[in-house]
Design a binder for this molecule. Structure first.
Ligand code: GLN
Length: 178
């Protein structure tokens, strides 16, 4: 896994006791409505919200970005997020026609070269509130990467490429917070 390749002591977090032992968290891609249900069923949602509020660094990719968003558009009925990022995201924003695609993104904070981004049934950030800021946009201006303090989120999946600059940025935040 990417975090281990970058020298981090990474471990899966599925329950509260495992969350207690980590100083940062990556919420991966997957299906946000399932993550929501499981995290509430297993009692992880509330402690995780508390850790986010305390400033734990968290990086969410794709479904993970949805889980970090304060507002989720086109959510399943009753679907909740952990929140933390002052943004509204729209799930499955590219529809069936353009389910998955790849593109190169300029990310000024990461410098050159552009990031090759892989989107899979991806969300977009429709609104960036005053506490968050955009790190990257598509050519049409839609926001696909955001940061707010120790929280980082991307609509795409850097772990599917060999460019780990977003994960490195997250780990830098974790080390700075320790
Ligand atoms: N469409 C998924 C969701 O709504 C996200 C897809 C992904 O993580 N690649 O949660």
């Amino acid at each position: 896994m990417v975090l281990r390749e970058l020298g981090a002591d990474a471990t899966p977090v599925r329950r509260e006791s495992e969350l207690d032992g980590v100083t940062g968290l990556v919420i991966p891609g997957g299906e946000s409505s399932v993550m929501d249900k499981l995290s509430r069923t297993f009692g992880l949602a509330q402690p995780l919200k508390a850790r986010i509020a305390e400033g734990m660094p968290v990086y969410g990719t794709c479904a993970g970005l949805i889980m970090l968003a304060d507002t989720v558009l086109d959510a399943m009925a009753g679907q909740q997020s952990f929140g933390g990022l002052d943004i509204a995201v729209r799930r499955n924003a590219f529809g069936n026609q353009l389910d998955s695609f790849e593109t190169d993104l300029d990310v000024p904070e990461l410098g050159e070269p552009p990031v090759h981004a892989v989107f899979i049934r991806a969300p977009v950030v429709e609104t960036v509130g005053p506490r968050a800021h955009a790190l990257a946009t598509l050519a049409d201006g839609r926001v696909v990467a955001v940061e707010q303090g120790n929280l980082l989120g991307t609509s795409f999946h850097p772990e599917m490429t060999d460019d780990y600059r977003f994960h490195q940025r997250f780990l830098d935040t974790v080390r700075a917070a320790e």
